[in-house]
Design a protein around this ligand. Structure first.
Ligand code: ADE
Length: 227
């Protein structure tokens, strides 16, 4: 799949892509990733991407006459049409189902917001607006990285163990069960006997029970969703 991001801080992306599973996805040919500098579409000496809001008020607004040509040009860089996503705290909340949907697409373009947001007229080019949670970041770059990471790890050939994405917490709608590795005893704390039993039916049952219990304790809202 191809992912483009448009940002005023394009250099933030490469170190994370290069030093994570995203870099492996790229080496394996599963991910093509490009970070574009919005300032490349400016025409003035100061490379201005924002301006004061009409009507007054605090902060700056990202300029529609810079954003729209940038999005159009990036879209035209490949024969695949991108699904265009604006990152903003006013979007729908990103989740695992959305990551799976994106992993099934052949191209995404993530447009990162800064300042007080986008000029409202730029939203005409957005297929969707995504928030990564109910808090306000200083910009959409971290949100875009979250979306890229969660999406990429679901691509075929990215995770080493094909089962690990399918088996885990949010895919099944429950939180992950507790995991242990050696040693079997650490400072008096023993790994639950069932996990050492070799009885796979008993292990699966124990894990399911633990997942339900943990979800009930920490995220009862997820259980409501399953009903
Ligand atoms: N930009 C600022 N805050 C954000 C959030 N929570 N999600 C996505 N983009 C953002």
């Amino acid at each position: 799949m191809r992912i483009d991001v448009l940002s005023i801080f394009p250099e933030l992306f490469e170190p994370i892509v290069a030093n994570s599973m995203l870099g492996i996805a790229r080496e394996r040919g599963a991910l093509e990733f490009y970070a574009h500098d919005l300032r490349d579409w400016t025409h003035d000496l100061h490379r201005t991407v924002d301006d004061a809001p009409y009507g007054g008020g605090p902060g700056m607004v990202m300029k529609v006459d810079i954003l729209v040509p940038a999005i159009e040009d990036i879209a035209a860089m490949d024969s695949r049409l991108p699904h265009v996503v604006f990152t903003t705290p006013t979007g729908n909340v990103f989740n695992q189902d959305k990551a799976a949907e994106y992993a099934g697409r052949d191209r995404l373009l993530l447009v990162c917001g800064r300042y007080e947001g986008f000029d409202e007229r730029a939203y005409a080019l957005a297929d969707e607006c995504m928030s990564i949670g109910d808090y306000v970041l200083t910009g959409g770059e971290l949100a875009a990285l979250v979306i890229v990471d969660a999406t990429t790890r679901l691509l075929p050939r990215v995770l080493g163990n094909a089962d690990s994405a399918a088996d885990e917490s949010f895919s099944a709608g429950l939180l992950e069960y507790p995991q242990y590795t050696r040693p079997a005893e650490f400072r008096g704390q023993r790994v639950p006997d069932v996990l050492l039993s070799g009885n796979h039916a008993a292990i699966d049952a124990w894990r399911y029970e633990q997942s339900v219990q943990r979800t009930r304790d920490v995220r009862p809202d997820l259980l409501d969703l399953l009903e």
